[in-house]
Design a protein around this ligand. Structure first.
Ligand code: 6GU
Length: 231
């Protein structure tokens, strides 16, 4: 799977996407993250990418031309039609595991990172297929949000996680419950002991205990999720 990221800060994308499990997946050829500097496509004498907003107000607005030309360059390179173009913005529906799952079925995804006060609406109307926010707070730009999508989608791609990594019961995995607590050595730390059931060797009892903890934790920390949980 390939991620094409349109941004004014390609280093931010390259650094994070080259690290840890996502970096390993790219090395292994399971995914590819390609960043495109929108500034490189500016036809302006000073390579500018933004201008003052019509109607006045604070900040600057990213111009149509460099964004559109970056998009056209990427589409020419991909050479296929069904390519979602996702604009990262707090003014959108919040991203979740279901959305990650549905996006993971594409061969290519284009991610557009805005900065300043936004992007000229006309180029968004022309190229964007999906508007995505990563939560109800404001970031200075779309790059961190794009990286969140890349991480959560990549881990669904075959070959990205080791068997060990993918076998983990996760929050939002089967059952829609949060992850149960985990412990490692030492048995006692600062007077806190590991729950004895985990040392019992009774796998069925351990599973039942973990399920109970997942339910309890979901009820306490995410009552909104718990409402939709049965059994
Ligand atoms: Cl996707 N972009 C920006 N700039 N801020 C955000 C966001 C996205 N999601 C939450 N805040």
């Amino acid at each position: 799977m390939r991620f094409h990221v349109m941004t004014l800060f390609p280093d931010m994308i390259d650094t994070v996407a080259g690290t840890s499990i996502i970096g390993r997946a790219a090395e292994g050829g399971f995914i590819e993250v390609i960043s495109y500097n929108i500034r490189d496509f500016s036809l302006d004498r000073h390579k500018s990418t933004d201008d003052y907003p019509y109607g006045g107000g604070a900040g600057m607005v990213m111009s149509c031309q460099p964004v559109f030309d970056t998009y056209e360059y990427i589409m020419g390179k991909i050479g296929r039609a069904d390519v979602p173009c996702i604009y990262l913005t707090p003014a959108a529906k919040v991203f979740n595991q279901d959305k990650a799952m549905s996006l993971s079925s594409y061969h290519d995804l284009i991610l557009l990172c805005g900065h300043y006060e936004g992007v000229d609406e006309r180029v968004l109307e022309e190229i964007v297929t999906d508007y995505v926010s990563i939560g109800d707070y404001v970031l200075t730009g779309g790059e961190l949000a794009a990286l969140v999508l890349i991480d959560s989608i990549s881990r669904m791609v075959d070959g990205v996680l080791t068997n060990e990594e993918s076998a983990m019961d996760e929050s939002f995995g089967e059952g829609g419950l949060l992850e149960y607590p985990q412990y490692t050595r030492p048995y006692e730390w600062r007077g806190r002991k590991v729950p004895d059931i985990l040392l019992s060797g009774h796998h069925a009892n351990v599973d039942a205990w973990r399920h109970e903890k997942s339910v309890e934790r979901t009820r306490e920390r995410r009552p909104d999720l718990f409402k939709g949980f049965n059994r």
